[in-house]
Design a protein around this ligand. Structure first.
Ligand SMILES: NC(=O)c1ccc[n+]([C@@H]2O[C@H](COP(=O)([O-])OP(=O)(O)OC[C@H]3O[C@@H](n4cnc5c(N)ncnc54)[C@H](OP(=O)(O)O)[C@@H]3O)[C@@H](O)[C@H]2O)c1
Length: 317
């Protein structure tokens, strides 16, 4: 049996609004039906064999939902990875001035760890949420020491997630950091997809020492799905649609499969917000792109600066 490489990211099921390409606004928020839908997505993923769930306090009530859902499963093969460093501030309101706030201080690490460890007694991974040079988190001795201590005492994996056109430079810096004569970080959550292939520069180095590579934004927040607002991707869309037809899956599964085969990561996160998306995304586990098709997909990469300036234009929706 092929190994199942799709995990579930919970950004879209823990808060009603997140960065995407939708041009319609979400329905009025109702907590009961919101939680019910989230449980349906989690259950659908579990049924498809997903055993890796990525969450964060910055994703609204995602941690609480995943924690409640876990109690219905009692399955110790389920892995939960969380993060620290963002506070959710939108209070489920679309027109909130600020949807999330970054805080990379050691006090915030301690505070969010205290909450997460209660919600997830069997947590496997704690990551810095969106490490940047600007926040200084990779140079903060108090933070790094606390994370090293948690790694040792709690027996968890320590990681970080990165975004932006300098994500490779941040990864390089993170790989240099050592505690107790060993590299501190062993889980690297990185944006990688057909458009932003910058991870390839450093993938072999990251994969040494059995480090885990987790891919996020594999669909470029939806920009890889044919969309009239991005006419400059017309050629790529035509190719993706032809491949979808050839392999009898959706464009989403082609894009996710590209990540699986070109990087062979530990996990590619699906950002599914509905049961149908879970079913569609998980088809990426079940087929193999030919080398020729893979080569064609490599040609659609764009410069990271272009990718991330377009990404910045996306709205909370
Ligand atoms: N650490 C970080 O800084 C960070 C940042 C971003 C994401 N992440 C993690 O990575 C996960 C995935 O990232 P993501 O959700 O941003 O990006 P993504 O997977 O690149 O894109 C998700 C988008 O694709 C659309 N989509 C997915 N399957 C579809 C299908 N079958 N048909 C039509 N549309 C489909 C979704 O539509 P809808 O809009 O309709 O749902 C959504 O807009 C997150 O849940 C989170 O766990 C981490």
């Amino acid at each position: 049996m092929k190994s199942l490489k799709i995990g579930l990211g919970t950004a879209a099921i823990g808060r009603p609004h997140y960065i995407n390409i939708r041009d319609t606004t979400s329905e009025a928020f109702d907590l009961k039906s919101f939680k019910k839908k989230a449980f349906q997505v989690l259950n659908a993923a579990y049924k498809k064999g997903v055993r890796y769930y990525d969450t964060a306090p910055g994703y609204g009530i995602a941690e609480q939902i995943v924690s409640e859902w876990l109690k219905t499963k009692e399955d110790d093969t389920i892995e939960v990875a969380t993060k620290w460093g963002y506070v959710y501030t939108a209070n489920f309101e679309l027109d909130a001035n600020i949807h999330e706030l970054k805080d990379h201080s050691v006090d915030q690490l301690i505070k969010q760890w205290e909450d997460s460890k209660i919600l997830f007694p069997n947590l496997t991974t704690l990551q810095i949420h969106s490490a940047t040079f600007e926040s200084g988190v990779l140079e903060d001795e108090a933070v790094l020491q606390k994370m090293a201590q948690l790694k040792l005492k709690q027996n968890i994996h320590i990681g970080l997630s990165v975004s932006g056109d300098n994500q490779v430079a941040i990864l390089k810096r993170a790989l240099e950091i050592e505690y107790n004569n060993k590299p501190l970080f062993e889980v690297f959550q990185v944006t990688y997809n057909i458009l932003d292939q910058s991870l390839l520069e450093i993938i072999d180095t990251i994969k040494k020492n059995q480090n885990r590579v987790i891919i996020k934004e594999a669909l470029a927040n939806g920009r890889l799905l044919p969309n009239a607002n991005y006419p400059h991707y017309y050629k790529m869309y035509t190719t993706l649609e032809a491949l979808a037809k050839k392999y009898e899956v959706g464009v989403d599964a082609i894009a996710l499969r590209f990540c699986i085969q070109s990087v062979d990561p530990f996990i590619v996160l699906s950002g599914a917000s509905s049961v149908q998306h879970v079913k569609d995304n998980n088809k990426a586990n079940n087929f193999e792109l030919s080398q020729e098709d893979l080569e064609t997909l490599y040609t659609f990469k764009v410069k990271p600066s272009k990718y991330w300036s377009e990404r910045k234009q996306l709205q909370w929706n």
